[in-house]
Design a protein around this ligand. Sequence first.
Ligand code: DC
Length: 227
Amino acid sequence: MKKITIAIDGFSSTGKSTLAKQLAKHLGYVYVDTGAMYRAVTFYAMQNAYVSEDHLDKESLIKALPTIDLQFHFNEKLGFAEMYLNGTNVENEIRTLDVSRCVSQVAEVSEVRAKLVASQQNMGKNKAIVMDGRDIGTVVFPDAELKIFMNSSAQTRAERRYNELIEKGQHVTYDEVLENVQERDYIDTHREDSPLVKADDAIEINNSTLNKEEQFDLVLKLVEERV
Ligand code: DC
């Protein structure tokens, strides 16, 4: 069977990673969550006081980039790869609302994007990969055989993210999660470098009305047409 590249882009909390994990498992492909990479750089920048909610020391962050090592290590028990920052597992630390509040500022920095895009292209050079993010079908793999663009209402997405954070024991309110989702939508779609846009050849899925299984079946058919 032909190996392909699957690019999944879309707004935050549209279920990109759920779909990507299902596909990767079913096809025996590698799954790469590029949001985790932007989050890990952000966590590093927060630890070094390069970024906070209302401040970014861009120059120091750019200078520090060569010292930031990002690796994915597959966790057999969980069934997906976890994010390691300079040798430490930061999978939990990068999923907080605090990191979500700073990540868009960091993701706007072209030097950060260049470093992460190069690493993502390297991970996908042999195909058989499912990658999710904001610029996968437009910048990272413009020639991907299958491009999906996911969307749903900000309210549906905030509810999803809120439930995830509460399940993890974090103290957040629905309103602050909704505000963060809307703010990130705005910054992600308006930044100068690689803004979030649907690639011309991407297939749009609005999953406000589709359940997980229906969505998976629909995308699997698209994969089968291409392999
Ligand atoms: O998918 P996520 O919510 O974990 O991503 C976190 C942030 O990282 C998101 O607000 C925008 C940024 N991002 C990006 O700019 N490009 C990507 N390919 C992936 C994420």
